[in-house]
Design a protein. Structure first.
Length: 760
């Protein structure tokens, strides 16, 4: 670990700093040579899809493209370090519970199936056959299939996801919580309501034609580095880029300006003007409403702002929205957004000037109580100028995990549509469960209340990724059985049910072989609905590893028999799984042929063709009032309280911590830091470098604390603070969720500070 320090970062994102970091990670993984070979196969037609993020790939098949964080993701998986049965004999579960997330995963790749022994408090080896039997026995013993939970992380490819949902549904439940429930759920809900389809409408090519690109609540310099390249190219050809972000993110400032307001920034060959606005946490809906106010006023004056033809032909509900917009005062807008009328007007000016605009957004918009209506307000703005379904324009919810969007397409959803279930029934000839299942937050409630007793996780780190860590851990511990299909050791493995299994699997970079010895192909879908293939190039980390599909089909065979599905045929050749998918899911005809084309294929999006399957065929404006108060306004009224956002550092992938540096924010050698506004520091009497404990809302009697965070002064609006997830998840009450999305409000957490009792 490097020495703890904080500093001012003045360099552009990427550049030499990234190169230095890449070589360090390659060296640390202890197998640099094979890793360099792996990098050359990243996102190539005969190589593998980067497990890093879901950003689209411009020239899949022709360009050599990788980013610093893609390198980290790959080296993390291809490490030479191993977690063997000897390791588990040496360390008890209680002992490992004292380790942090970095230390757990840094032990290396899991190598053998393990079963928890409560008497010794150690994991012990178990054969694959016995592990499959144990899972089938536990599932068979439940009174009701709805007592089982089948969790999926977006790391899972389409083929694993297909088998998993089929197993769960043929067993009899729609209990399929997934990481989407904590991520872009609000985007899906808002887009579905407004436009009739929950996915983004743009293709990567649209970024080449946009005249303006707005990003709301996202940090692409760290989380979607390849997107930064796309933005940079756009900026170079004169596209205006506007960032709305509560923090001054250096990664975004490479092309947007460090100053608070409009300024010129040099980027590449030309000069571009970019705007960087810092709304208060949860203030984006008010900001968008302010922009709408400007647009309506200008249109009344000069008549050429609104695309009246588009609105008349394709939309419904404008008058109601206009009324609400006009009824909202600038005072409320400024108070809630934390931005001035002038700032909002400058953003509106950019939007009015542009004849093709893309709105991108990520977790800064989706993890608030009012996320769904916020995203609808953005869609309202797009509709007003006809910015959906024309080149260079549209919606772009920037997804997280490399296949999180694909998993949903495969039916990993606790509320499947009747149409999807009908198609499954027609294909397999048996009834499917119709009752909706539970999402992530409701899964925790179900386990807590004794209504769910078996938890099976396909990838991910449920105990650590979800909110209210202590409540969640207690809930998981009450299960009869917890199972994790994983590549690396994580906290969830240590939160055992009475019985518990760790099942190690082959990773994305590794060759998964067919029954005939040929390499299997897997497929993923990116943020732009492009479906493409991926196959590994490395030898699996251990001979004992099994593929996800192998593990799931073996359990299915034992639990359900082979009458409805010939499970062995699915694992023998994933082409067979893809034939099943093609037979059920619209858009996947000739799946096996089309996915072998160099760029794969596009699933299409109705919005891109100005079709809006909302029932009326029209896109809907939303006329929601601004929330009466957002959390940061409420916290202002409580002496000593702040609103905390929980976010990612540059050296992590969700709960996977690669290291302790957050380069662009000037943090080195540590993660226990809290970023505070200078005025708040004065108000609360804390100084930079001092240690504080974070205390969450305990009004329901549950103590919520995260101790010992170092104060770092940072450029963010007063009343708003930031600290890294997952260390801060104990602070988020389980019941603090978004309206309609049920997503934990990870970007608006009520906290107060106490001076740390532990010495520095
Ligand atoms: N290297 C790396 N890549 C990743 C991941 C990773 O952990 N590491 N995670 C993947 C996943 S699953 C996801 S979902 C994505 C996440 O990608 P992001 O959404 O970029 O991730 P966060 O770190 O949560 O950053 C949220 C950003 O929104 C800003 N923000 C917070 N609240 C508000 C608000 O109310 N308004 C505005 N305007 N801004 C706000 C924060 O300052 C921060 O810049 O990245 C994916 N890619
Ligand atoms: N406070 C707070 N909480 C959050 C968020 C936040 O911003 N703030 N973000 C939320 C978001 S957006 C998301 S998406 C979730 C993420 O939630 P998850 O997807 O559940 O978590 P990850 O950390 O991505 O999972 C990491 C684990 O996945 C396993 N793994 C990695 N690769 C593979 C593979 O190829 N196969 C298998 N089987 N296993 C693999 C490894 O064992 C690793 O330990 O967290 C959410 N939680
Ligand atoms: Mo995510």
């Amino acid at each position: 670990m490097s020495k703890e320090r904080t500093f001012e970062y003045h360099h552009p994102a990427a550049g030499w700093g990234a190169l230095k970091s890449v070589s360090r990670f390659l060296l640390q993984s202890r197998v640099p040579v094979t890793n360099v070979r792996a990098m050359l196969k990243l996102n190539q037609p005969d190589g593998f899809d980067c497990p890093g993020c879901a950003w689209g790939d411009p020239e899949h098949g022709s360009s050599f493209e990788f980013c610093e964080n893609g390198v980290k993701a790959v080296t993390w998986e291809t490490t030479a370090k191993r977690v063997t049965p000897r390791f588990f004999a040496r360390y008890s579960v209680s002992e490992m519970k004292g380790w942090d997330d970095f230390r757990l995963e840094d032990q290396g790749r899991l190598t053998s199936p393990m079963r928890y022994n409560a008497d010794t408090n150690h994991y012990e080896p178990i054969s694959w056959e016995a592990a499959y039997d144990l899972m089938a026995d536990h599932l068979r013993a439940l009174d009701d299939p709805n007592e089982a939970l089948f969790y999926t992380s977006g790391k899972a490819c389409n083929e694993s996801a297909w088998v998993f949902q089929l197993l769960a549904r043929l067993y009899g439940t729609n209990n399929m919580p997934d990481c989407s429930n904590m991520c872009h759920e609000a985007s899906g809900a808002a887009l579905e309501d407004a436009l009739g389809s929950g996915k983004g409408s743009v293709l990567l090519e649209d970024f080449e034609q946009a005249e303006a690109i707005f990003t709301f609540g996202q940090n692409p310099g760290t989380n979607h580095p390849r997107m930064l390249g796309t933005l940079r190219e756009a900026a170079d050809r004169g596209c205006e880029i506007v960032a709305f972000n509560t923090l001054k993110e250096r990664g975004l400032e490479r092309f947007a300006d460090p100053q608070r307001m409009l300024e010129m920034a040099r980027a590449g060959s030309g000069q571009i003007s970019s705007l960087y606005l810092c709304p208060a946490l949860g203030g984006d809906m008010a900001a968008a409403r302010g922009m709408a106010k400007v647009l309506f006023e200008r249109d009344a004056q000069q008549g050429n702002v609104i695309d009246h033809d588009f609105v008349a032909r394709h939309t419904d509900g404008l008058a109601d929205w206009q009324q609400v917009v006009e009824a909202t005062s600038w005072a409320d807008i400024e108070d809630q957004s934390g931005l001035s009328r002038d700032e909002i007007t400058s953003a509106a000016e950019v939007y009015m000037r542009s004849s093709a605009t893309i709105f991108c957004w990520a977790m800064g918009l989706t993890q608030h109580e009012h996320s769904v209506i916020t995203i609808r307000e953005l869609v309202n703005l797009l509709l007003l100028k006809g910015n959906i379904g024309k080149p260079g324009a549209g919606t772009c919810p920037v997804r997280g995990h490399s296949n999180v969007q694909g998993d949903r397409t495969m039916g990993i959803y606790e509320k499947p549509s009747p149409g999807f279930l009908d198609a499954l029934e027609a294909y397999y000839g048996v009834p499917m469960p119709r009752e909706h299942g539970v999402d992530t937050v409701d899964s925790i409630r179900a386990m807590r209340d004794g209504k769910a007793r078996v938890f099976i996780g396909l990838a991910g780190n449920f105990a650590r990724a979800t909110s209210d860590s202590e409540v969640c851990e207690q809930a998981l511990s009450g299960c009869n059985l917890t199972v994790h299909i994983s590549t690396k050791l994580n906290r969830s493995h240590l939160v055992t049910g009475r019985d518990a299994l760790i099942l190690p699997c082959i990773g994305r970079v590794e060759v998964d072989r067919k029954a005939d010895g040929q390499a299997q192909l897997i497929t993923v879908e990116d943020s732009m609905s492009m479906v493409h293939g991926s196959s590994g190039i490395h030898k699996p980390a251990s001979k004992a590893l099994r593929s996800e599909v192998e593990i799931l089909t073996q359990v299915a065979e034992r639990l359900l028999g082979n009458e409805v599905v010939d499970w062995a045929s699915l694992r023998a050749d994933y082409d067979v799984i893809r034939e099943h998918i093609a037979g059920v899911v619209p858009g996947f005809n000739d799946f096996n042929q089309r996915v072998r084309e160099p760029r794969g294929f596009w699933l299409g999006n109705p919005g891109a063709e100005r079709m809006f399957p909302t029932g009326t065929g029209l896109a809907r404006f939303s006329a929601a009032a601004l929330p009466k108060q957002v959390l940061h306004q409420k916290m202002r009224e409580r002496t000593g309280w702040l609103t905390l956002q929980t976010l990612r550092s540059h050296d992590q992938y969700n709960t996977t911590v690669y290291g302790y540096n957050d380069r662009y924010r000037g943090v080195e050698g540590q993660r226990q830091v809290i970023f505070l506004n200078e005025q708040d520091m004065t108000r609360l009497g804390v100084e930079a470098g001092e240690f504080v404990d974070l205390i969450g809302d305990d009004s329901d009697g549950q103590v919520r604390r995260a101790n010992h965070f170092k104060v770092v002064r940072y450029d963010t609006p007063a009343g708003c603070a930031a600290a890294y997830y997952p260390e801060t998840n104990p602070l988020i009450p389980l019941d603090s969720v978004g309206v309609r999305s049920n997503t934990p409000n990870s970007k608006s957490v009520a906290i107060r500070l106490e001076r740390s009792r532990r010495l520095a």
